[in-house]
Ligand binder design. Structure first.
Ligand SMILES: [Zn+2]
Length: 349
């Protein structure tokens, strides 16, 4: 067996002001006919900075579209619209638009520039896109971005709830890897040690300094990006997604009002850390105290009944992912935690 070859970003810029330099980066890479796919309704200053940066370099967009609906059908339509000779795709905005842009670029075989304007989850650099296919969300495999550009000044202006969501998705790497190791011990499932190590190591850098300033946003963006690289290395979302993600996916399917991915995943990670015996529970609880993550949940509490149903559904899900939920019946334990854990007080109604 030779060394693994994986597709990872070749160009990374994570710093304040990076958005206004996209045109410069495009010029350096000799992109003459880029497509711009951006979230609908981005603040004017963001779009102005992007457009001015390209105009200063004399680069006109071959196609410019706003993206609202993260569906396979929208991606297919945009692929059909891409003009001949389009040599790159720039995705700017939130997770939904980026999932579409990344998939369009992947289908077109064009280099993709991933430019998130908030850090609400790790999807901006993951080897799959979450798109609706005939009404159901599916994780569709796609190529990794050629470039990741994160403007930390823009991300610090994003609403705090999006940052909390990023905190939740980030900490879930600890429980995801716990589930992966459980699958190794119980089922003999192979664990890719480097992928597991990469996924969790950068999380601890953020835990050491969990603030919302430029320095911590840089660490958070790096950690979320490395999580995507870890997935690419092992060819699976295993290092980033365990039982906490199964619960969140079940909520997405059944909840009357699903919340941001990382809010659901973060609370589910706290619960599953306790199901695993508590090894990471104090770390997660302290991080959520320090970042005031709990306040974000209490501002709009989850439905207790929906979470118990989602835990049940996640335990019975037909996917081949073995987690603590497949290992034993956890619904009663989750119910007891929701009802009696002081940290969860006010998080459920
Ligand atoms: Zn996630």
């Amino acid at each position: 067996m030779g060394p693994a070859q994986v597709d990872i970003p070749s160009f990374v810029r994570i710093k304040p002001g990076a958005l206004g330099r996209l045109g410069l980066y495009a010029a350096r890479h000799e992109r003459a006919k880029p497509a711009l796919l951006a979230s609908a309704g981005l603040p004017d200053p963001i779009m102005t900075a992007v457009r001015d940066g390209f105009a200063e370099r004399g680069i006109a967009f071959a196609l410019e579209r706003e993206v609202e609906d993260p569906s396979f059908a929208v991606a297919a339509d945009l692929l059909a619209e891409l003009p001949a000779g389009c040599d790159s795709v720039f995705g700017v905005g939130g997770g939904r638009a980026l999932d579409v842009a990344k998939y369009v670029a992947s289908l077109a075989g064009a280099p993709y520039y991933s430019v998130p304007t908030s850090l609400s989850n790790d999807g901006f650099c993951a080897p799959q896109s979450s798109l609706a296919l005939q009404g159901r969300r599916k994780s569709l495999p796609c190529r990794m971005p050629f470039a990741v550009v994160v403007d930390t000044a823009v991300c610090s202006d994003a609403p705090e709830v999006l940052w909390w969501s990023g905190v939740g998705d980030l900490i879930a790497k600890l429980t995801a890897v716990q589930d992966w190791k459980l699958a190794y011990h119980e089922r003999g499932e192979a664990v890719d040690d480097l992928a597991a190590l990469l996924s969790t190591s950068t999380v601890y850098q953020f835990i050491a300094r969990p603030h919302r300033d430029a320095e911590s946003l840089q660490v958070m963006a790096t950690a979320l990006m490395i999580s995507g690289v870890a997935m690419a290395i092992c060819g699976s979302s295993r290092p980033a997604s365990g039982a906490e993600h199964l619960i969140s996916h079940a909520l997405d399917r059944s909840s009357k009002r699903p919340r941001y991915h990382g809010l659901q995943v973060g609370v589910a990670a706290y619960l599953t850390s306790r199901l695993h015996g508590g090894g990471h529970t104090a770390t997660i609880a302290r991080l959520f105290d320090d970042t005031r993550f709990w306040d974000g949940i209490r501002a709009e509490p989850f439905s207790r009944d929906e979470w118990l149903e989602a835990t049940r559904a996640a335990s019975q899900s037909q996917c081949d992912r073995f987690t603590i939920l497949q290992h034993r019946d956890c619904v009663g334990d989750v119910e007891a935690m929701i009802d009696s854990d002081p940290r969860l007080a006010g998080c459920f109604t």
